[in-house]
Write a protein that binds this ligand. Structure first.
Ligand code: AMP
Length: 169
């Protein structure tokens, strides 16, 4: 399936100069949504994975159905101030702005193998912050999975583990 046909490019959102890859146009289509999640499921089926770790908020749209289909746990990484129990945090630079992410301290146990999922890999700051969170809890990130990798931003060079993606621009 040509997933790129379902991606809407929005120039200058949320700030001038950004080519925003809008995946809502893919997710709203029942066949494209199903087949795109299935593509990730097929890639990870049979691999020894304990948990899918996904970034708020668009990572949840991909990460939750993927974890469900693989029969593994799901761990949400959230923006600062949202998680209720004891947590650790990491700051990171975005393609536009700075932010910080948090995960519950008991979300991942030492030695667990996880896949990190998000919608778009841009500069790589978000993904690398999530890898640091997982590793500081003793988890091992096997791979990071995306719907879209923006090659020109060279985010992949910042990621210390292999990257899997459905689309590249
Ligand atoms: P980065 O940390 O720069 O790799 O940015 C990744 C995060 O920002 C992801 O969670 C994306 O959802 C979002 N993002 C950054 N740039 C874009 C873009 N051009 N189009 C869509 N989402 C983006």
């Amino acid at each position: 399936m040509d997933f790129k046909a379902y991606v809407r490019n929005v120039p200058d959102f949320p700030v001038p100069g950004i080519q925003f890859k809008d995946l809502t146009t893919l997710w709203k289509d029942k066949e494209a949504f199903h087949k795109s999640i299935d593509a990730l499921v097929e890639h990870y089926r049979g691999k020894k994975i304990d948990k899918i770790v996904a970034a708020e908020a668009r990572g949840f749209i991909i990460g939750a159905p993927l974890a469900y289909a693989l029969g593994v746990g799901f761990v949400p990484v959230r923006k600062a101030g949202k998680l209720p129990a004891e947590k650790i945090s990491e700051s990171y630079a975005l393609e536009y702005g700075v932010s910080s992410l948090e995960v519950h301290r008991d979300a991942i146990y030492p030695g667990e193998k996880v896949v990190v999922v998000d919608d778009v890999l841009a500069t790589g700051g978000t993904c690398q912050a999530i890898i640091r969170l997982v590793e500081s809890l003793g988890g091992e990130v096997l791979e990071c999975a995306f719907f879209v990798v923006l090659d020109a931003l060279k985010g992949e060079e910042k990621i210390s583990v292999p990257v899997y993606t459905l689309m590249r621009y």
